[in-house]
Design a protein around this ligand. Sequence first.
Ligand SMILES: [Zn+2]
Length: 193
Amino acid sequence: MDDSISALDFETCDAARLRRDAAFDGVFFIAVKSTKIYCRPVCRVRSPLRRNVEFYPSAAACEERGFRPCLRCRPETAPFSPAWNGTKSTVARAMKLLEKGALDELTVGALAEKLGVGERHLARLFKKHVGASPTTVAKTIRVQRAKRLLDETDLPMTEIAWRSGFQSLRRFNAVFRETYRRAPSEVRRALPE
Ligand SMILES: [Zn+2]
């Protein structure tokens, strides 16, 4: 666990994932070092060994460290319930703006300005509470939106790319492949094991 991220207590998280506690769904994500996949605490896949797991407060934090989303528990469908949710904190306000696609149009500097903080301060807050930069969070939001559309609709790829906030189909394909190590079309066909 990275010391700079605000404390997710290892023992609490470890006990919660071993009993697949739904109360922690969305509160933390489990990054599995042996497979480089990350999961929700409620994942039905056999629990990995304790020495192979790390806990992070967001999907974006796992992705920033090179872990890819589990196709079975589908982290993109986890409830949005991080510890700072519902507060009036800068991070919570920033997350709301990112959800609305703020970084599709603004730079991180302009986003910080809108929030009334400096860009470096915003970066520090994100590192501490979310475990990832605002840019990674925005990217994760786009990919997650695309993944949900892939699973839940028959929309053509260009439409999915556009609705998810990507500027081009090529960019969508590249970012999706970087996240899932598979093309969008492969993930759409894939059934969970
Ligand atoms: Zn999983």
